[in-house]
Design a protein around this ligand. Structure first.
Ligand code: PHE
Length: 370
């Protein structure tokens, strides 16, 4: 692509020499030899001035307090009689003419300067601009969106709930009564020491909020931040979970397994398999932990999977009928399954990371890799 011509403004100002410009005055000044010489010298300097600074110098030299013209004008009282009126009349005209000429020439030189700059400092508007560093989505956001996409493809909607929760939604309505040992397994941040207000320790309270508002069939995933008082290579006090909930008639554990297997193959590769291990959660019964066959060794056993061939990825189970009781669902007609996974954990497994804290160090050398 050839550059567009730059747009310039041309200021045309032909220069008239002092001689031409002040023809009449020059003729009259012949009446006084000294005055004619003084004017001639000043005129020559003005004609020769090539930049505004030279004009300034000419002004000092020819119109300053000690210039020949000023000295001559001041000496009028001492001049012979016949010279006095001539010098008085034409001397002041000469002074006025030089002042005018200096101002005109200065203006002209300055516009010449503008012209020169317009010619040399052209802007090529077709040149590419300064490169601006392009941002990107954080790997956690990318992973969250990828997981959301997979479930959206299975017909799930997305729902969100508050990060500052009440004890009721975070524990009680999830079938975790006061004093239940599961409460102490979550290291909870309380807000302002109020035992009823806390930072949610998981996304499961959003299950309750969705079921309170809507009737089955329900197929939702619920992403968001959660908080636990935990900090080491595999735990940060804030992390992300994605919760899933399906409630309908005739839902079985086979549906749960099929859904999770579909998900795992979509995110980790088509040759992955899963296994369910019995576990306990207060709000699901039965409960399971779900492992995926190790994507690094293919299940043979390696350091990443601690030589077991399996990596734990999420918790799940069939919704406990007691939970349906809290949201006034007909527990004998409805079944459901729920699952919850850590987004950081999924991202770490997918990208072979070993230290979860790197997600939040904000080191661009790391962040930019994704
Ligand atoms: N909320 C559980 C946790 O944070 C995970 C879970 C969700 C388990 C849904 C079962 C069903 O550990």
């Amino acid at each position: 692509m050839s550059p567009l011509p730059a747009i310039t403004i041309k200021i045309v100002s032909p220069y008239l020499s002092m001689e031409d410009k002040y023809k009449d005055l020059v003729a009259q000044l012949k009446a006084h030899e000294g005055l004619a010489a003084i004017f001639g010298e000043a005129a020559a300097d003005i004609d020769a001035a090539a930049e505004p600074e030279a004009i300034e110098a000419a002004r000092v030299k020819h119109l300053g307090r000690k210039s020949p013209l000023s000295l001559l004008l001041r000496s009028i009282p001492e001049l012979p009689n016949e010279e006095r009126p001539v010098v008085g009349k034409y001397g002041n005209q000469a002074r006025a003419a030089l002042e005018q000429a200096l101002a005109d020439r200065k203006k002209q030189l300055e516009s010449g300067e503008l012209e020169r700059r317009l010619a040399t400092e052209q802007v090529d508007i077709t040149l590419p601009g300064e490169p601006f560093p392009q941002g990107r989505l954080h790997i956690i956001t990318q992973t969250q969106w990828e997981i959301e996409d997979i479930f959206a493809g299975l017909g799930y909607r997305i729902a969100e709930g508050p990060e500052v929760e009440t004890d009721y939604y975070n524990f009680t309505a999830l079938n975790t009564p006061e004093g239940h040992p599961a409460r102490s397994s979550h290291d909870t941040f309380f807000v302002d020491g109020d035992p009823d207000v806390l930072l949610r320790t998981h996304t499961s309270p959003v299950q309750i909020r969705v079921m309170e508002k809507e009737q089955p069939p329900i197929y939702v995933i619920m992403p968001g931040r959660v908080y636990r008082r935990d900090s080491d290579a595999t735990h940060t006090p804030m992390f992300h979970q994605i919760e899933g909930l399906a409630v309908d008639e005739h839902i079985t554990m086979a549906d749960l397994k099929g859904t999770l297997e579909t998900f795992v193959r979509a995110i980790f590769g088509a040759d992955r398999v899963i296994r369910l291990r019995p576990h306990f959660f207060p709000f699901t019964e039965p409960s399971v932990e779900v492992d995926v066959s190790c994507m690094i060794c293919g299940g043979d056993g390696c350091r990443s999977c601690k030589h077991s061939g399996w990596l734990e990825i999420l918790g799940a189970g069939m919704v406990d009928p007691n939970v349906f009781g809290f949201v006034d669902y007909e527990a004998d007609r409805m079944q459901g399954f729920a699952f919850g996974m850590g987004v950081e954990r999924i991202a770490m497994l997918k990208h072979g990371m070993t230290d979860l804290r790197m997600f939040y160090d904000n080191d661009l050398r790391f962040i930019k890799q994704f």
